[in-house]
Design a protein around this ligand. Structure first.
Ligand code: ADP
Ligand code: MG
Length: 229
């Protein structure tokens, strides 16, 4: 699903955010990308949706070397991906339904299909009763559910989440992670950047750890930082 080959990223200011990273992620996996602030997690994720290009190396997503994509092809890549951020990024003047419908109308989806898909994703994330609500009328957890629903609307093969629980309390964070796990069980590959060690320890998934732009650990059924039993 994802293959990074000798990938380095250097920002214009000279910061080397990723250093010779090589890693493979397979279809159907649930993966935590962990590491302290500034270790390169967001940079790693950004490469996958062509938020940026690597300074060196190859980035393959769903069988395609996306470093050579023409800019005009980038929207097609993003349609295969669902992306979720810490700050939800819902459109504040639109209600939940309109936040979902917006992206589908842009690509000319049939109105009946729009209704069907929105109904499905809202049910999946447990927000059917909130379809008329505006972001500011909802709790953080509900807003993140809405953002996840929107990310799923195109049936992505890969869901990328950058610190999705960063603004949420522990109980709500756990609910959101269980939702992401449920989405994974239904067949979507899920990649979550987080520094929430309690959640990572509890979920026992593959853990890829970055430190200063280098992959320092890659373990199955991992814990955040402790030794493996
Ligand atoms: P994380 O998500 O793990 O906190 P980032 O990928 O955001 O890490 O950052 C990795 C490193 O790159 C940090 O040193 C950060 O300061 C630097 N960095 C991130 N974005 C930029 C940018 N747009 N310009 C310059 N440096 C950046
Ligand atoms: Mg980050």
């Amino acid at each position: 699903m994802i293959h990074l080959e000798n990938v380095s990223v250097e920002y214009p200011n000279g910061v080397r955010a990723l250093k010779d990273v090589s890693i493979s992620i397979y279809k159907g996996e649930f993966i935590f990308l962990v590491g302290s602030t500034g270790s390169g997690k967001s940079t790693f994720l950004s490469l996958l949706y062509r938020g940026m290009l690597p300074t060196q190396g190859k980035v393959v997503v769903d069988g395609e070397d996306i470093t050579s994509l023409k800019p005009s092809a980038v929207p097609y890549l993003r349609r295969k991906l669902g992306i979720v951020f810490q700050d939800f990024k819902l459109l504040p003047q639109k209600n939940v339904w309109e936040n979902m419908a917006f992206a589908l109308r842009v690509i000319g989806t049939d109105p009946r299909e729009i209704r069907r898909r929105i109904g499905d994703v809202l049910e999946l994330v447990g927000l059917t009763h909130r379809c008329d609500s505006f972001p500011h009328q909802m709790s953080g957890g509900e807003q993140q559910r809405a953002a996840i629903a929107r990310a799923l609307i195109n049936h992505p093969t890969l869901l990328i989440a950058d610190e999705p629980t960063g603004n949420l309390d522990p109980a709500t964070s756990w609910e959101i992670m269980q939702l992401l796990e449920q989405i994974n069980v239904r067949g979507t590959t899920v990649l979550v950047a987080t520094h929430d060690s309690q959640i990572v320890d509890r979920m026992k998934k593959r853990v890829i750890q970055l430190e200063a732009g280098v992959v320092v650990r890659d373990v199955n059924k991992g814990m955040y930082e402790h030794c493996e039993a």
